[in-house]
Ligand binder design. Structure first.
Ligand code: NAD
Length: 472
């Protein structure tokens, strides 16, 4: 059990002003894993005041000093990597081996990358008689979800600190434990007081208090489109800058000249990463109609090869979902898919017989899916793949773009130039060609209702900078 009673404000662990808290559950066993305190709007106010008080000095601290502190945080995360990976695997269900790389390794890398980029904030650009300089936006409220909890925190906090901003972080109340580890690491790194503050609690109480606080200059939000809209609405009252990383329903377009076996295998793996609890997952597989049945057969084989089990057990390839609520939600979508007439190729809504406890979902594949079906339009956030047949390249592009979202996608073809042409027609923030791997230095973010703003790399740092022109 990891229980926390205090939040982190102004460089100190302090008791929140409200009572109560949130239980954290081991998603594989349904046993208690930890407990965190609930903060109140008054605690948010204290945190914002601490961040405001720290802003002037921190934003004027030489970027090399900020970088040195970010490297200390990177080293702290690396030193506690195994503990972080285990905690996040137990909370959210990612198998431990992957969790070591993604849930702990990636955040450490992000702090290192932010340190490397911190100096670029000082660059000046000459435009005619003007010198264009950049400076920190101010106090940033960071609100994050549970599926990649420390990665999503790092993708905001690291560049915000590098830019010279101060931060009030509210992690997800569902998988919050790694954020407490980060706060301990930051405390040990001796960042100036108030530069980083942690408040915990739910969205309607604490998240909304951050989004509407007049002392917050920017909100960087990752989560559902529903909550993102609410954050933007509240932030509008004081004209805050808002960056939104929201949901997705991404298409994996397999062209007629692609290596079908490789493309289907890669597509299933992408869709099932973190049990499908991935905003950028390719949940719609688009295949030429003539190859549909063969693709369904290959997808069934690939899905059934996923060993479902405890996220911390050796050999597990597919862990549980984060919570009972998510499990019920995903089961509901699977039932809906059957009702709406899609062909259930493998999986289904029942609890796997060998795993009576834990929030497990069988790896599920639907074929003959029509893009207007609920399972092809709504974000399911579980290991559920929809195979959709198409007639010709234009039809594939039309179907891929026929969604309110635009976060990610894939294109597979024997001809890379053809794949690039199709990728450019997808209204989405990133497209992997023939399984091209995730690049933590490339900008990440959405079109349409997947949000606006970018995280990671140079574009991710620039989100936290204002531009100023000095006329000479
Ligand atoms: P969520 O929207 O329920 O919660 C996300 C965060 O927002 C949490 O900290 C929550 O407490 C807070 N929140 C909830 N309601 C709020 C409100 N009214 N005001 C302010 N804050 C509020 O999402 P979730 O269930 O934690 O995460 C899953 C969602 O996140 C999925 O839709 C997924 O696609 C999305 N996501 C997007 C990205 C991306 O980069 N685009 C990455 C990961 C997850």
């Amino acid at each position: 059990m990891k229980s926390y009673e205090k939040i982190y404000i102004g460089g100190e662990w302090t008791a929140p002003s409200s009572e109560g808290g949130f239980d954290v559950t081991n998603s594989s066993t349904e046993e208690p894993l930890g407990r965190i305190p609930a903060s109140s709007p008054a605690d948010v106010d204290r945190a914002v005041k601490a961040a405001r008080a720290a802003f002037d000095a921190w934003s004027r601290t030489p970027s090399s000093d900020r970088a040195a502190l970010l490297r200390k945080i990177q080293a702290g995360i690396a030193a506690r990597g195994q503990e972080i990976a285990q905690t996040v695997a137990a909370e959210g269900g990612m198998p431990l081996g992957l969790s070591v790389m993604i849930q702990a390794g990636l955040p450490a890398m992000t702090f290192g990358a932010a340190a490397d980029m911190a100096g670029s904030v000082d660059a000046e650009e000459r435009v005619g008689n003007s010198v264009v300089v950049r400076e920190a936006v101010g106090v940033v409220g960071c609100i994050t979800p549970w599926n990649y909890p420390l990665h999503q925190v790092a993708a905001k906090v690291a560049p915000a600190l590098a830019a010279g901003c101060t931060v009030v972080l509210k992690p997800s109340e569902v998988a919050p434990l790694s954020a407490f580890v980060l706060a301990e690491i930051i405390d040990a790194a001796r960042l100036p007081r108030g530069v980083f503050n942690l408040v915990t609690g739910d969205g309607p109480t604490v998240g909304e208090a951050i989004a509407s606080h007049p002392g917050v200059d920017m909100v960087s939000f990752t989560g559902s489109t529903r909550a993102g809209k609410r954050v933007a609405e509240l932030a509008a009252a004081s004209v805050k800058r808002v960056a939104l990383e929201l949901g997705g329903k991404s298409a994996n377009v397999i062209l007629d000249d692609a290596d079908l076996a490789r493309a289907v295998q890669g597509g299933v793996q992408n869709c099932f990463l973190n049990s499908g609890q991935t905003c950028s997952a390719w949940t719609r597989m688009l295949v030429p109609r003539a190859k549909h049945d063969e693709a369904a057969r290959l997808a069934k084989e690939a899905a059934e090869a996923f060993a479902v089990g405890d996220a911390l057990a050796q050999g597990t390839r597919l862990g549980p979902l984060v919570s009972k609520r998510q499990q019920e939600r995903v089961r509901g979508y699977i039932r809906k898919g059957i009702e709406e007439g899609a062909t259930l190729v493998t999986g289904g809504p029942e609890q796997p017989a060998s795993l009576p406890k834990g929030f497990f979902i069988k790896p599920t594949v639907f074929a003959n899916v029509k893009n207007e079906m609920t399972i092809a339009q709504e974000e399911i956030f579980g290991p559920v793949l929809c195979i959709i047949p198409y007639d010709g390249e234009d039809d594939a592009v039309r179907i891929a773009n026929d969604t309110v979202y635009g976060l990610a996608g894939g294109v597979w073809s024997a001809d890379v130039e053809r794949a690039k042409r199709v990728a450019r027609r997808l209204r989405t923030g990133q497209v992997d060609i023939n399984g091209g791997s995730f690049n933590p230095m490339a900008p990440f973010g959405g079109f349409k209702q997947s949000g606006h703003g970018r995280e990671l790399g140079k574009a991710g740092l620039e989100e936290f900078l204002e531009v100023k022109s000095l006329q000479l």
